[in-house]
Design a protein around this ligand. Sequence first.
Ligand SMILES: Cc1cc2nc3c(=O)[nH]c(=O)nc-3n(C[C@H](O)[C@H](O)[C@H](O)COP(=O)(O)OP(=O)(O)OC[C@H]3O[C@@H](n4cnc5c(N)ncnc54)[C@H](O)[C@@H]3O)c2cc1C
Length: 341
Amino acid sequence: MTTLREIEIVGGGLAGLALGLGLRRAGVPATVYEAGQYPRHRVCGEFIAGLDEATVTPLGLAPALADAARLREVTWYFSNGATQRQHLPAPALALSRYALDARLVDAFTAAGGRLVTGTRVDPDDAREGRVWTVGRRRAVAAPWLGLKLHARGLRLTGELELHLGDGGYIGLCPVEDGRVNVCGLFRQRPDVTGQRGTILLAYLRAVGLGALAGRLAAVEICDESCSAVAGVGFGRGPSDGQLRLGDAWAMIPPFTGNGMAMAFQGAAHALGPLVAWAHGETTWADTVRTADAALRKIFTRRLAVASALHPFLFSSKHQRWLAAAARARILPMRALYHLLH
Ligand SMILES: Cc1cc2nc3c(=O)[nH]c(=O)nc-3n(C[C@H](O)[C@H](O)[C@H](O)COP(=O)(O)OP(=O)(O)OC[C@H]3O[C@@H](n4cnc5c(N)ncnc54)[C@H](O)[C@@H]3O)c2cc1C
């Protein structure tokens, strides 16, 4: 019997755990090194758009996603009061990261994967067989701040609400146990301050979404779920001959609800080249090249379209144009969805 080479995965988020699970299902030895612990809340809108069967099946993700809510409609709220309903061509899934990451950990370890938590691998320690799924880059100069909390007792006006303010946008998405995920991306401002849940409310008021802040002030905020991340950078990660997946390969703006699907899709596309390497059929350099080329093929267009649209969501001037186009029914929602997913 041949001994297969082991794959080491640095970063136990969605890309890393899904890749580990896929490798174990293919019989390849895999270890995931994770700096943190499980379960834990993460800054994320917890709304998965554009995930396809061709990704779910080879990675064995179906059981972890089986009871996720299926959402068919997004209601956009523009800062001038206009609204636009968007029917999704395929249902989006909604499930907390607290639950999803824990389920993937269980599936990976049950499949024989080795998980090492509380261990931060040196980012300069690159080696053959090592895959980097370390998540978003901390870009010191980036002005973006991500804030998230779970609320209980919050009544939604649609299946999923997306509110655009002047300098930030925020999604409201129902997850499990009667909780609603409230997660926003804001242009960071030194004059807006607060603790845990209150900082999100302060940002909502600062970007002109006071009515939404009022709705949140009237319901229970799940204190342990409040999380924040500053210096979020978008776009491609470094191309330095290392195999990177998920946000470490590229981070798409969160309004698309596609970052989690991209983490899974990246893992699914890297699976074949990595299994071949584990069997000794290819060199590591060819493995990295093949996986990277596959990712560029599927992600380049959606990243470009998302970064072109992103500035429109942050200024009320641009939103007036979007709202007018929506009212005139000339906003090509369906075409944009397909370009972005
Ligand atoms: C405000 C905001 C809202 C979002 N909303 C959505 C949404 O609604 N839908 C959606 O699809 N996407 C959303 N995203 C994006 C989504 O969260 C990411 O695309 C997704 O988490 C990427 O998964 P990943 O595995 O690449 O990274 P992560 O899930 O971030 O995992 C990376 C892991 O690597 C670990 N790590 C880092 N460095 C090391 C190291 N040196 N050694 C060991 N471990 C390390 C970290 O601890 C972490 O656990 C949002 C992002 C933001 C900022």
